[in-house]
Design a protein around this ligand. Structure first.
Ligand code: SF4
Length: 425
């Protein structure tokens, strides 16, 4: 029997409210729809309903107040009162920065929709983006600046901040500008201009839905801290490891449109990329998958090293394993998989695309001659497919596993290069 009497709370409200919360929680499943009253009864319901109906009837009979429509004294060009007009902008709901059109009426944005001409969103806008307009009309938004907890005027606050910044500049002290990801080149240029005025100033970016771990992981696997973009429209097989790319991952609107292109069953000829989703909680993406595999979080191998071990390798059901991460299979597991006849396409081969494209970048930079994206993809495909064929043929000819074949070929190539050119460039 457990002797652990630690008490946990599920929310701050629960922690702060104490007994009052527990009393409310005790009637969580009360069978009345009228809230927490113990027994509102039919009579109370009819009384409440009577007030509502009577109020509605009285309002309906009343005469609407007279309102004066006053034309604008200085009418902006192209704007007619009562007629909607549209501004193109960028959604700030996450770092994907989808293009949007804001429908405005009489100076106020009233509806956001995707901009069909924007290359990222192509007319789409996710639920978060659609709802972001509500932030403008949030009654809890501050209506004016505040200083030390009290309402203040912009003039006073500006003057106080300018004085403080002047002091910091003179004393050569640190200044940090904290924002979410800024997609606007104009705003970025303004921030850079502001930072230049201080000896120790930095722009710190913080997003509530941060892509920082993906950037860090990409630096570890590919040597560059950049956010990858995935071309789902071109995929034949989509394997997602806990990435809810249709819901909230990296650029969901862009990926949703590309995903529907990859699974255009009604197109002629039809095209359907097969999609497998490994995840621990039901996601929008998982709900669309052809095969959804439920896994506990620690069981999702993702891009971690040493996930296939001597303990789990005997139970692997796959006929082929393609190592998308660096070193996901331990040496012991490799031996077991080989003995069981499971083909392992090694990371040095399967995961080499990033390195190949880095090489393309290097070559293009040296020549100052830059390729279009389709040319990069074409060259990459040629290299990857040819390498796979060469390693496969070599493995068959020498009766060794693919990993060993890839290493043998790599060592052979380096040795011939050294023999031909010498060690020093
Ligand atoms: S994915 Fe959604 S929240 Fe993010 S920028 Fe696009 S529309 Fe906005």
């Amino acid at each position: 029997m457990s002797t652990d009497h630690t008490k946990y709370w599920k929310s701050l409200e629960e922690y702060e409210a104490g007994n009052a919360f527990e009393a409310r929680a005790a009637i969580e499943f009360a069978d009345t729809p009228l809230g927490e009253a113990s027994e509102p009864g039919r009579r109370e319901f009819l009384r409440a309903a009577g007030f509502v109906f009577a109020g509605a009837a009285l309002t309906g009979c009343g005469r609407a107040p007279v309102e004066q429509a006053i034309p604008m004294l200085r009418q902006p060009e192209g704007i007619a009162p009562g007629r909607p007009y549209y501004y193109a902008g960028v959604c700030g709901g996450c770092s994907a920065s989808c293009g949007l059109l804001a429908k405005c009426r009489d100076g106020r944005p009233i509806k956001l929709e995707g901009n069909p001409e924007h290359p990222v969103s192509r007319g789409g806008l996710c639920a978060v983006g659609q709802a972001s307009i509500l932030g403008l009309y949030d009654s809890l938004r501050l209506q004016q600046p505040m200083a030390r907890g009290k309402n203040a005027s912009w003039l006073d606050v500006d003057a106080e901040i300018s004085t403080a910044l002047d002091g910091l500049r003179k004393e050569k002290r640190a200044v940090r500008v904290l924002t979410q990801t800024v997609a606007s080149p104009v705003l970025n240029a303004q921030i850079r201009g502001f930072l230049k005025g201080f000896p120790d100033a930095r722009h710190v970016v913080y997003d509530a839905l941060s892509a920082s771990p993906i950037l860090d992981a990409h630096r570890q696997t590919h040597g560059a801290r950049v956010l990858p973009r995935y071309l789902f429209a071109k995929a034949d097989i989509i394997a997602s490891f806990d990435a809810d790319f249709l819901g909230s991952w990296i650029s969901p609107v862009e990926y949703t449109s590309a995903y529907s292109e990859a699974r255009a069953v009604e197109a002629s000829p039809p095209r359907i990329a097969w999609h497998v989703q490994l995840e621990s909680r039901m996601s929008l993406t998982g709900a669309k998958a052809d095969r959804r595999i439920k896994l506990a979080p620690p069981e999702i191998p993702a891009a971690l090293e040493h996930q296939l071990t001597a303990e789990n390798a005997p139970y692997v059901q796959a006929q082929m394993i393609v190592e998308g991460a660096n070193g996901p299979t331990t040496r012991e597991a490799d031996a077991i998989l080989q003995e069981r006849g499971i083909v392992v396409v090694p990371d040095i081969l399967a995961n080499a695309g990033g390195v190949a494209v880095s090489y393309f970048e290097w070559v293009q930079d040296l020549q100052n001659f830059f390729w279009e994206e389709h040319e990069v993809n074409q060259q990459l495909q040629t290299i990857m497919v040819n390498s796979f064929r060469q390693v496969w043929d070599f493995a068959e000819a020498h009766d060794v596993p693919l990993r060993m074949a890839a290493y043998m070929m790599a060592v052979d190539r380096v040795a011939s290069a050294v023999q031909t050119r010498g060690i020093w460039p």
